[in-house]
Design a protein around this ligand. Structure first.
Ligand code: IPE
Ligand code: IPE
Ligand code: MG
Length: 241
């Protein structure tokens, strides 16, 4: 039988999402399916993170954000929490010099008080030494919660004794003040919720929920997400002429 060859869908490089945000979910289920410990899923998930950063840079994406640890994730068993932070530390140690050399700018959002001081030092060094780079911006949300971010913005506004603020001023008090809102938000593993991730910033983001668990989210899956995004019609409340 003769089949008409399906045209391969391609990315339109003139219409890339400037900012892609990723909720890296499903590490635990991915590991369990393979008879492994949840922490094994986090280790392999870290490989996906590296692959996605490299591929985003290659494709010409400007900003990429990752949800690595939420303010609610402290409710997990201590062993798992410790292992996640060990993985984050190892990842920074392994990739820091490479990222700086490759012109990437590294940003961490989230509350730092609760983090291990050694990790905070590493993060600050990474941010400081990459701050003048003008390539891919890699934003990692670590001990981050969207509600907490909004509340702390309000508290800073009160401390500054402002009587009222508009949206432009309010944004300056958010931890993402330096970066534009995500155009595309991806959450892996089929869950369709934000789980306290950048709710304010994602007001007009296109949402995409692939079934794959995060450890299986690699180059092809990132490209599929971008292609799906490019099929959306972003109207921002207006009507197309
Ligand atoms: C995401 O994977 C990683 C973190 C939340 C740190 P999960 O650990 O949530 O994996 P599932 O959702 O339980 O499968
Ligand atoms: C969200 O995933 C947090 C991260 C991916 C870091 P969770 O697995 O913690 O979210 P819930 O509990 O399913 O909502
Ligand atoms: Mg999860």
């Amino acid at each position: 039988m003769w089949f008409k060859k399906k045209k391969k869908e391609e990315i339109d490089f003139d219409r890339l999402p400037a900012h892609i945000a990723l909720i890296m979910d499903g590490n635990g289920r991915w590991a369990k399916k393979r008879g492994q410990l949840r922490t094994y899923g986090h280790r392999i998930g870290a490989e996906s993170l590296k692959v996605i950063i490299r591929h985003a840079q290659k494709l010409g994406i400007k900003i990429i954000s990752f949800f690595a640890f939420s303010t609610e994730n402290w409710n997990r068993p201590q062993d798992e929490v410790d292992e996640i932070f060990r993985i984050v530390k190892d990842l920074i140690k392994e990739k820091k010099e490479d990222c700086i050399k490759n012109n990437m700018k590294f940003v961490i959002i989230g509350e730092r008080e609760k983090l291990d001081p050694d990790l905070v030092k590493e993060i600050e060094d990474f941010e400081e030494r990459s701050k003048n780079n003008d390539g891919l911006i890699v934003n990692i949300a670590l001990n981050y919660g969207g509600r907490g971010e909004i509340i702390s913005a309000v508290n800073k506004i009160l401390a500054d004794k402002l009587e009222s603020v508009d949206e432009a001023t309010f944004r300056k008090y958010l931890q993402t003040s330096e970066i534009p809102d995500p155009d595309l938000l991806v959450r892996t593993s089929g869950e369709q919720r934000l789980s306290n991730f950048m709710m304010y910033q994602c007001a007009y983001s296109e949402l995409y929920f692939p079934k794959v668990h995060w450890p299986d989210f690699r180059e092809k899956e990132l490209e599929e997400a971008i292609i799906a995004y490019q099929k959306r019609d972003r109207r921002f409340g207006a009507i197309k002429k």
